[in-house]
Design a protein around this ligand. Structure first.
Ligand SMILES: Nc1ncnc2c1ncn2[C@@H]1O[C@H](COP(=O)(O)OP(=O)(O)OP(=O)(O)O)[C@@H](O)[C@H]1O
Ligand SMILES: [Mg+2]
Length: 389
């Protein structure tokens, strides 16, 4: 697996090379040694909230010990497992999720995304590996601790909405708080607050069957946020929605995240959705994570042909920002400025009058027109992107 740019995980080198492979093997009682990941910091100074180390999930193993050697994730070894009739759904997955980021896991159907996200909360018991939440080993948590931890710190949204049909919107959203033993006045007030946040005010007493797909998913989102989780897991929450509603929901999701600053793991099989929402993306193929990086890093330096094929369909001009292509200024800085966050689609018209370079606002870096035009010439999807301008 390749970590793009300098945003790679910060785990100690020895843990990356020589994993402690005793975690979560059903066949052993040995507990993994605690790993010091809690103090790990992302390059932007944010703490690592969730750390996934060498996680495997092999379905169909019955009582047999799979993977036979978690240290061996070679193609030959994984193929041999498949030949023997088991399904290696997640193969040696390692990554860190930073506090407050949107970490998107993207891959085709069957690539192992749902299995991996369920392993992160132990809804599925991994076959091997470790998951650390705030430096705490989730394996060491007892069943009841785990249930409490999930309630207190984790919110989940699934593709299939999962609403209770005989409860109203208000009751559905308040349901987790009711389950935690909150009094009616308390759960109802909180549920109304969340319903307002997702724009469903006035529909409190509707039943799920009386709502559109987008509205139902809003209820799912409000419900998952009712207990104010620190970690928010979303498994293809918008896949069932038509493209227009889907885009609206993405906008609202980003707006909510601006207010709430959750740590998010978001699953999708749609690369455009991944690039639109993600701070960083992990791309999965046949159970493996093949690349992790910021959207622009993945577009500019895809790890292999598989990733490159995804990128071909990406509106690159909407993904790459001025800062992604900026270089340290070699001469005097130009007067004309551009925001670091402006995407190329916004920047391009500035070069149409012959401007050679723009200064990145507040920085001693410039964005050269020739660099942007070179990139566009190299990108297979650039023609379509230009046509869309
Ligand atoms: N309970 C199970 N028992 C056996 N095999 C399973 C089980 N759950 C998933 N699998 C297999 O594991 C692989 C990964 O499945 P998973 O549901 O994680 O994929 P996914 O990436 O979420 O796909 P999709 O985009 O279709 O939701 C598939 O080959 C699937 O058939
Ligand atoms: Mg899935």
């Amino acid at each position: 697996m390749r970590e793009s740019g300098n945003l790679g995980s910060k785990q100690p080198e020895n843990s990356r090379r020589h994993p402690t492979h005793t975690g979560w093997r059903h066949t052993t009682n040995i507990r993994p040694r605690a790993m010091r990941v809690a103090d790990a910091k992302a390059p932007d100074g944010r703490a690592v909230k969730l750390s996934c180390r060498h996680v495997w999930k092999v379905f169909g193993a019955g009582g047999r010990a799979y993977p036979p050697d978690p240290g061996d994730s070679s193609a030959a070894s994984v193929d041999a497992m498949r030949q023997s009739g088991v399904i290696p759904a997640v193969v040696d997955a390692s990554f860190d999720v930073h506090a407050g980021e949107i970490f998107v896991i993207m891959g085709l159907s069957g690539s192992g995304k749902s299995t991996l996200i369920r392993c992160l909360s132990r809804l599925i018991e991994p076959s091997a590996g470790q998951v650390m939440l705030d430096g705490q080993d989730l394996l060491a948590a007892s069943r009841s601790d785990l249930v409490a931890l999930r309630r207190r710190t984790m919110g989940m949204v699934f593709q299939s909405f999962g609403l209770l049909p005989h409860l109203t919107v208000l009751e559905n959203v308040g349901f987790p708080l009711r389950m935690h033993g909150n009094a009616r006045a308390k759960w109802e007030a909180r549920a109304r607050e969340m319903i307002a946040q997702v724009g469903l005010e006035g529909r409190e007493f509707a039943y799920p069957s009386q709502l559109s797909g987008g509205q139902q998913q809003r209820v799912g989102i409000a419900r998952s946020l009712a207990a104010d989780p620190e970690l928010w897991f979303l498994d293809e929450p918008f896949s069932a929605l038509d493209p227009l509603i889907r885009r609206q929901m993405q906008d609202e999701f980003l707006r909510l995240q601006k207010m709430l600053h959750k740590t998010i793991v978001f699953i999708t099989h749609d690369i455009a959705e991944a690039f639109r929402l993600a701070d960083r993306v992990a791309i999965m193929r046949a159970g493996r994570i093949v690349q992790i990086g910021r959207p622009a890093e993945i577009v500019l330096t895809p790890a292999d042909d598989y990733v490159a094929r995804f990128v071909e369909d990406t509106p690159v001009l909407r993904v790459i920002r001025a800062a992604d292509l900026a270089e340290p200024a070699s001469g005097p800085l130009p007067d004309a400025e551009v925001e670091a966050d402006a995407v190329l689609e916004q920047v391009l018209p500035r070069f149409f009058d012959g401007t050679a370079a723009l200064r990145i606002r507040g920085e001693a870096r410039t964005l050269r027109a020739s660099r942007v035009f070179d990139l566009i010439r190299r990108m297979p999807s650039a023609d379509a992107a230009m046509a869309a301008l």
